[in-house]
Design a protein around this ligand. Structure first.
Ligand code: DGL
Length: 239
């Protein structure tokens, strides 16, 4: 079987998911589309985002991808339904903030960090409504600008912005933080420096496991082949 698994994000955020995929799928071929040119997705309109993401899906499809992983919470929430409707032959696996995990683990005071587009979406309200138990509190925190400074690796800005966003919660007995944007998985240490008692909840492993499940279900698992990973980027980068 000569097909590939396509992955995309508005840059390097989806690497956190790719990392988990590498561990549990040793025989697959991955094609990662790193759309740094269009970062941040979280501050775009739904129409803009759909135009961008359908272009990427088309790019991946014509290069032999049968499964597409949307390694981005914002694009999943805003575009996955429409993409599934248009590309009926492709299998899509998306990423949503791991609110269910926080709830199942019985945390009491959880911050959900995500892009403004994700935080303001109906899907977030739905996830909370369907999973929240009595006595559990979820604080929704839109982190405008955070994904962009992670993408350009501006450490000073990341730390300043995180302090501004998280320090007001230092007195609130926060026990957990849902990382509702794949970029935030790359700055776990910086987040823990401000709210050191909170458990960070990252959905990357769950996404990788769902990919494995879907490959099996659709009889697409590769056996005996060497793992291959290729990353393409929409932006010319200087090093
Ligand atoms: N990494 C993306 C997410 O999970 C979005 C970051 C952005 O705003 O571009 O939501």
């Amino acid at each position: 079987m000569n097909y590939k698994i396509g992955i995309f994000d508005s840059g390097m955020g989806g690497f956190s998911i790719l990392e988990e995929l590498r561990k549990i799928l040793p025989n697959e071929t991955f094609l990662y589309y790193k759309d740094s040119k269009n970062n941040p997705y979280g501050e775009k309109t739904e129409e803009e985002l759909f135009k961008i993401t359908s272009g990427i899906v088309e790019y991946l499809r014509i290069r032999g991808c049968k499964m597409i992983i949307i390694a981005c919470n914002t694009a999943t929430i805003k575009c996955m339904k429409k993409l599934r409707h248009i590309y009926k032959k492709l299998i899509f696996v998306g990423t949503v903030p791991a609110i269910k995990i926080a709830s199942d683990k019985g945390f009491q005071n959880t911050i959900v960090m995500a892009t403004p587009a994700t935080i303001n979406s109906e899907r977030i309200s739905e996830l909370i409504k369907n999973n929240k138990k009595e006595n559990q509190k979820f604080y929704l925190l839109p982190c405008k600008g955070l994904a962009d400074c992670i993408e350009v690796q501006n450490q000073e800005r990341i730390e300043k912005l995180l302090f501004k966003l998280l320090s007001p919660y230092q007195t609130k007995q926060i026990d957990s933080i849902v990382l509702g944007c794949t970029h935030y998985s790359l700055i776990k240490d910086e987040i823990s420096k401000i709210l050191c008692h909170a458990t960070l909840i990252d959905g990357s492993m769950g996404v990788a496991q769902e990919v494995k499940r879907q490959l099996k279900l659709n009889n697409l698992e590769k056996k005996g082949e060497k793992q291959k990973i290729r990353v393409v980027t929409s932006k010319l980068e200087t090093c």
